[in-house]
Design a binder for this molecule. Structure first.
Ligand code: ADP
Ligand code: MG
Length: 672
């Protein structure tokens, strides 16, 4: 395969140049061909010399006249006269003495540059130049502009890429089957490669770009579908015919968004195939209620339902609120958590196995091999972004194609949701329960810290509670607990001595965490100093104040998650972000936080600040980054590519070319 050969095979590339190209990630001929332009300059219009106006950028075609150099050392000036049918112009270059021998007098050349104020003749300073020949690379056409590196110029790179395409043209493979090419009106891949670099006109460029963006979004989505396995729309033996919930009383009426999502879920449950649905809803939008109702439906039809939460704290909280509702209906709810004693755990496992327990709540413990479900009908994972794809599907595989619902409180733009959750249906709860007030948010530096403590004091005196969040690193890396402990003690002693203050962090035992959270929920604790263990899901409506230390250490979506812990009751809530960082990105994040409470808007901004590759997901999944496609601007292509990928997923084994392509792009990443 010529595409896999070393770039040195191309003429004009020796070891030194190959070395420079490596900095651009170019090792092989294929890499060179896929080094796509970052933009283009339209030099296709040739302007008669007489029509140039000062300040404009023009391409002219003229016959070379005399060439002169003057000056010395750092001030060498090269001047040349050119003429066309309409007039003459003077071209001037500085410090490029070799130009003296670059032109052949009497021959025609193209020149591109800015028209300067006239001397006797119109002047162009330092124009780009190229001899007129049958096929131009640098003028009289739409010209590619590439990302460059040391010692590699635009002109050089254009020549190298031209040669590389010519050299390997016959090896550029069309891996799409005819069905896809014709259904989506896609340009042939070879033609697209040619035209992304050297478009013959604008129309061809757009077709080429569309084709290659389609390629990227298609491959990305197909790979994800393959990674996730065949959970999607397998027929389900789980039969949920009775979706009546009139016997079940929630303490509030559902919002219309919740009602709409419930209807979508009902349809899935009643259908012949396993549900595989993502619920996106901003923090506090009431996803738990939707989950609870769905579980009720499954249980009411004789199945067990499972709710998996990413932290012990959250699992315990779900257990408390759901158990309170279900116990009245004679439904037994169990919590499978790490804090259970050995005997309790055995008992719980037995209850699950012999169907004594219908509602099962817990953490990853639920996907451990030892858990045997009696009749699993519905699996829900809460705050799903915390779980990997593999964990989710492991849980789903525990039953005979149970229905699957995943809930995410990190709302992401729909377009990206389609990519990251390629094979799921997506429901959106885009409404908050009535009476919610937005959380008033401020960004300050540490000089204001004492004043902020005073505000906390006032809130507590009004009977409210507060969170103080410190960015100690949780999970894995060394946890800087000491400094958080010192911090908490300092507050206790110096600033808020008359109140009850507790510290919660990831290194505490599950039972300790539960005790503290319980105390906070009951109002026995006034201030909870916490690391990010409280990031997800915790629901204490009486907490109205949140102080976040070192706000620069958190991403935008994470800040929004944290802030979602307050503003859950009917009282006005506040969030203060403290940071001494001078970084521009931090400033933008904090500003965004003070401006909006809308999680979707924040996610969109976060994506812009970080770039889609960095957003949880793409790189983490080991997927290739996007060179051409833009998840924002190419929404239509994204949707079409998704359709094509769904089709290809079902026909995957039939198309060898496609299979080979995917395997090359993601070696070792796909477990199927
Ligand atoms: P999240 O979507 O972040 O998981 P929760 O399910 O924890 O949100 O709900 C947040 C709070 O809103 C809870 O106190 C819950 O009882 C309350 N809630 C949910 N739905 C409604 C509703 N329709 N009307 C009033 N309160 C609601
Ligand atoms: Mg929640």
């Amino acid at each position: 395969m010529k595409l896999n050969e070393d770039v040195e095979i191309i003429k004009n590339i020796g070891p030194a140049r190959a070395n420079h190209l490596r900095r651009l990630g170019i090792y092989t001929v294929g890499d060179l061909i896929e080094h796509f332009p970052r933009e283009y300059e339209d030099r296709s219009i040739i302007t008669p010399i007489a029509q140039m106006e000062e300040g404009g950028i023009y391409t002219i075609c003229g016959i070379c006249g005399n060439i002169k150099t003057s000056g010395f050392r750092q001030r060498i000036v090269t001047r040349m006269m050119v003429k066309d049918d309409t007039g003459e112009a003077e071209l001037i270059w500085f410090n490029q003495p070799y130009l003296k021998d670059a032109f052949i007098k009497g021959e025609e050349y193209y020149f591109t540059g800015r028209a300067e104020p006239k001397n006797k003749y119109p002047v162009i300073l330092s124009p780009d130049y190229e001899k007129k020949r049958e096929h131009q690379l640098n003028s009289a056409r739409i010209v590619p502009i590439y990302p460059l590196t040391y010692k590699i110029t635009q002109k050089l790179l254009r020549g190298l890429i031209r040669d590389a395409i010519d050299y390997a043209f016959s090896d550029i493979e069309e891996y799409f089957p005819e069905e896809i090419l014709s259904s989506y009106v896609l340009m042939d891949r070879r033609e697209a490669i040619e035209n992304i670099h050297f478009p013959s006109d604008e129309k061809m460029f757009f077709s080429a770009r569309r084709r290659l963006a389609f390629d990227e979004l298609f491959t990305l989505q197909l790979s994800l579908m393959l990674m996730k396995g065949k959970i999607k729309r397998s027929r389900s033996d789980v039969s949920i015919k009775n979706t009546d919930t009139s016997e079940f009383i929630l303490p509030f009426e559902l919002t219309s968004a919740q009602k709409r999502v419930m209807e979508e879920i009902k349809k899935d449950l009643e259908g012949p195939c396993a549900m595989y649905r993502l619920i996106q809803g901003d923090v506090g939008s009431g996803k738990t209620a939707v989950a609870t109702l769905s579980c009720y439906m499954a249980i009411n039809n004789g199945y067990q339902a499972v709710l998996m939460a990413p932290t012990e704290v959250l699992a315990a909280q779900h257990f408390n609120s759901i158990n309170a509702l279900f116990s009245k209906l004679g439904i037994e709810t169990v919590l499978l958590s790490g804090s259970l004693k050995k005997r309790e755990k055995e008992e719980t496992l037995l209850k699950i196995e012999n169907n004594q327990a219908q509602m099962i709540i817990g953490t990853h413990a639920l996907i451990q091999e030892r858990v045997n479900y009696h009749s699993l009908g519905l699996v829900i994972t809460d705050e799903q972004h915390r779980f990997g794809v593999k964990q989710r599907s492991a849980l789903a595989r525990k039953g005979k194609a149970p229905h699957v619902l995943v809930m995410s409180a990190t709302p992401i733009p729909r377009s990206l949701a389609l990519v990251l959750y390629g094979d799921m249906d997506v429901s959106v709860i885009d409404e908050l329960p009535p009476g919610r007030k937005s959380v008033e948010t401020f960004g300050v530096d540490s000089r204001y810290r004492e004043r902020v403590y005073c505000l906390i004091k006032k809130e507590i005196e009004r009977g409210r509670q507060a969170y103080i969040v410190c960015p100690a690193i949780e999970e894995g890396e060394t946890l800087d607990i000491k400094s958080v402990i010192t911090y908490a003690e300092e507050i206790k002693k110096r600033y808020l001595p008359e109140f009850s203050i507790e510290l919660i962090h990831g290194k505490l035992k599950p039972s300790q965490k539960e005790t503290i959270m319980d105390g906070f929920l009951k109002g026995e604790i006034d201030v909870l100093v916490a690391t990010t263990v409280i990031e997800v899901g915790v629901n204490v409506p009486n907490a109205t104040f949140m102080l976040i230390e070192n706000a620069e250490r958190f991403g935008l979506s994470q800040l929004h998650q944290l802030r979602g812990r307050v503003g859950r009751g009917s009282d006005k809530s506040y969030c203060v972000l403290i940071s001494d960082s001078k970084s521009k990105i931090t400033a933008q994040r904090i500003k965004a936080m003070t401006k909006t409470n809308d999680g979707f808007e924040i996610a969109e901004l976060d994506l812009k600040l970080r770039g889609p590759g960095d957003f949880f997901g793409i790189r983490q999944h080991g997927l290739p980054e996007l060179k051409i496609a833009d998840i924002y601007k190419d929404k239509e292509i994204l949707t079409e590519a998704r359709k094509a990928a769904l089709w290809a997923y079902d026909n995957y084994d039939k198309y060898k070319g496609l299979k080979r392509r995917i395997e090359i792009l993601m070696p070792g990443n796909i477990d199927i």
